[in-house]
Design a protein around this ligand. Structure first.
Ligand SMILES: Nc1nc2c(c(=O)[nH]1)N=C([C@H](O)[C@@H](O)CO)CN2
Length: 118
């Protein structure tokens, strides 16, 4: 299966369970792999036949900022659903890391895989 990916996308957003977290923005690092037949775009060198990683990167930041939640799990689930519906993505793996959450860990976070491989 071919993939289009975004690695290490850094966004600033409101996220967290505790009251103090709802008053600030924190950094999230997002890795996204999306199943896609990249031959469709390659045939005639056409951007509109593939997943535009630049466009999707902006969508992710906008979605996170418009949908503040407590848990990374909730953001991951809602974001995955949104991206799959908006871009007709059949399969994706989404990892969201919160690098500042645990002071003696490099990063903590969640990874989910949704949809069917082809
Ligand atoms: N599995 C999770 N554990 C925790 C989360 C989370 O989103 N998923 N969130 C928090 C707090 O918001 C934390 O990041 C504050 O430092 C704690 N555990």
């Amino acid at each position: 299966m071919d993939k289009v990916f975004i690695q290490g996308l850094s966004i600033q957003t409101t996220i967290g369970f505790y009251a103090w977290e709802k008053e600030i923005k924190q950094t999230l690092i997002i890795d996204l792999e999306m199943g896609w037949n990249t031959q469709l775009a390659a045939e005639n060198d056409e951007l509109n036949k593939t997943l535009d990683y630049a466009d999707i990167s902006e969508t992710i930041a906008t979605f996170a900022n418009n949908n503040p939640v407590d848990l990374l799990e909730t953001l991951a689930e809602r974001l995955a659903n949104y991206l799959m519906a908006e871009y007709q993505i059949p399969w994706l793996k989404l990892r969201i890391a919160k690098p500042t959450a645990v002071h003696n860990a490099h990063a903590v976070g969640v990874e989910i895989e949704r949809g069917k491989t082809f």
